[in-house]
Design a protein around this ligand. Structure first.
Ligand code: FAD
Length: 470
């Protein structure tokens, strides 16, 4: 096992994509197998030394950034152990990247469906945050594709947990709060008679180190086509999605949304975005050679209902065109990060999802607070509209706007909670969203989470400051 204390090396482990600064650590462990991970945990636990797990460092909430103690990097735990083509599963170490998994399974005509945008992220990081991706509308989040986890606890105990292994509130102090009926990555998963494996998905490394993961796979998608439809108002685009969700199913993999400002921002690179476009919706549909024409006709009919022609859409009917459209969609985070850097601002973004019947109310609330009341503060709304989950990014240009942006995000959080939504649908809480989690589950909910944390990590060594302040 490599052990480093050179601060020039450690510096590279003090950042992720949250722009959170001020992290520091005494040293870095780079274990090469499970036994070494266990040794590190035993050593840190006996000395009560804080240990922060670092993986792909693509997280958006500062989860892998240490504030003291040592770092454990999963970078050398990067083997695909088994790929079982007959039974559609793979067993992998936590440091394997999504890119590597997707490439390996594709060779076998298989697909790991959760499709988070950032492919340098590791599967361990995805499990820890219950990441979800573009195709979440059809295939769900990471949680839905985990068959089994091996988790090493601070005590050195190794748990090998298969899906189906249930726990009750009699055997474990599972929190009593009710989770929202939306996709969700906020706090610990908690239900009566729940699968134990679910507690360790989305735990953000606060309960144990995930050292082995069995993921479920499915056959690759048959053919797909993509449509990017442009609209003359945001309202029309939102209504279009609701209508399409009602009429066209199954086989739609995602509905992604771009508001007016997102399109404005992307025009720097994509100057051919129609000048009158105020919003866009990007759809991916699975098809077969036989039903391709019918599906295109179905979309043309719905678009006509809203006064648009499919001929005015950007269509991805072949691989080159589909790749171009995927790049268009994935260009959003890069453009936003550039803006944050330019404004020297920390990320001020929501990760809110609400139940379907509350989405329009939430959307109107965003616009009433942003467009109507604070038009000078630059904001963009984009993302997974199929799952009623938009990222609202606020880009303040000065201190006054920064304060305003923070106030607005709190207002959004409170509104979403009042509608039965979540404060984090996919990125987790990390070190920067504690206040929102408290809004969501209250003081009692937080105390219940502390009880679970203490059950597995009584000395509070693991990922201090993630989810909870201890
Ligand atoms: C451009 C861009 C696009 C993104 N798109 C998406 C998206 O579409 N969907 C989405 O959900 N997220 C997205 N993210 C966020 C990020 O990729 C995810 O949160 C991802 O799961 C982080 O994985 P990582 O390997 O980078 O983990 P890190 O950032 O290194 O760590 C994340 C958390 O996981 C913990 N952790 C890591 N490995 C383990 C382990 N083995 N055991 C226990 N805990 C562990 C860490 O301690 C930390 O708390 C995006 C980020 C960027 C920069």
């Amino acid at each position: 096992m490599l052990k480093k204390t050179d601060q020039d090396i450690i510096k590279g482990y003090l950042e992720d994509s949250s722009n959170l600064t001020g992290g520091y650590a005494d040293g870095l462990y780079i274990p090469e197998n499970e036994e070494e991970v266990r040794e590190v945990l035993l050593e840190c636990n006996s000395r009560k030394t804080a240990l922060t797990i670092s993986a792909g460092q693509t997280g958006t909430t500062g989860g892998c950034i240490p504030f003291g103690g040592w770092i454990l990097s999963t970078q050398k735990l990067n083997r695909i152990i088994t790929l079982n083509v007959k039974e559609n599963y793979a067993i992998v170490q936590p440091g394997v990247t999504l890119e590597e998994i997707e490439a390996a399974v594709k060779k076998e005509q298989l697909l790991y469906p959760p499709d988070p945008t950032e492919k340098k992220a590791t599967i361990g990081g995805n499990v820890a945050t219950n990441a979800s991706g573009g195709r979440g509308y059809r295939f769900g989040a990471t949680r839905d594709w985990i068959n089994r986890l091996k988790v090493i606890l601070p005590s050195g105990e190794v748990l090998n947990i298969k899906r189906g292994q249930l726990v009750t509130r009699n055997s474990l102090p599972v929190p009593l709060y009710t989770m929202p009926q939306t996709k969700n990555s906020a706090g610990y998963y908690a239900k009566q008679n729940m699968d134990l494996v679910d507690l360790f998905i989305g735990q953000e490394g606060t309960l144990g180190i995930v050292s082995e993961i069995e993921i479920a796979l499915r056959p690759v998608l048959q053919e797909t086509f993509d449509i990017v439809a442009f609209f003359s108002s945001e309202e029309k685009a939102v209504d279009f999605v609701f209508e399409a969700k009602r009429k066209i199913d199954p086989g739609v993999n995602f509905f992604e949304y771009f508001d007016e400002n997102t399109l404005q921002m992307l025009k720097q690179t994509y100057s051919h975005i129609p000048t009158n476009a105020k919003a866009a919706v990007y759809i991916e549909q699975e098809i077969t050679e036989e039903n391709k024409k019918t599906h295109l006709e179905d979309w043309a009919i719905i678009l006509e209902q809203f006064g648009y022609s499919i001929d005015d859409c950007w269509l991805g009917l072949d691989d080159n065109k589909k790749e171009e459209l995927a790049k268009f969609r994935h260009a959003i985070p890069e453009h936003i990060n550039e803006l944050y850097k330019k404004h020297k601002s920390i990320k001020l973004a929501t990760d809110i999802a609400v139940p379907t019947d509350k989405f329009k109310e939430m959307y109107n609330f965003y616009n009433s607070q942003l467009v109507t009341r604070n038009p000078k503060l630059f904001s963009i709304k984009f993302g997974h509209i199929g799952e009623n989950h938009l990222h609202v990014n606020l880009l303040p240009k000065n201190e006054r706007e920064k304060t305003l942006a923070k106030e607005l995000i709190l207002r959004f959080v409170r509104k979403a909670i009042s509608l039965g939504g979540t404060v984090s649908a996919e990125h987790g809480i990390g070190k920067i969203k504690h206040d929102y989690l408290k809004e969501m589950y209250g003081k009692k909910g937080i105390e219940e989470m502390i009880q679970i944390k203490k059950t597995f990590d009584p000395n509070c060594i693991l990922n201090r400051g993630n989810i909870l302040s201890c």
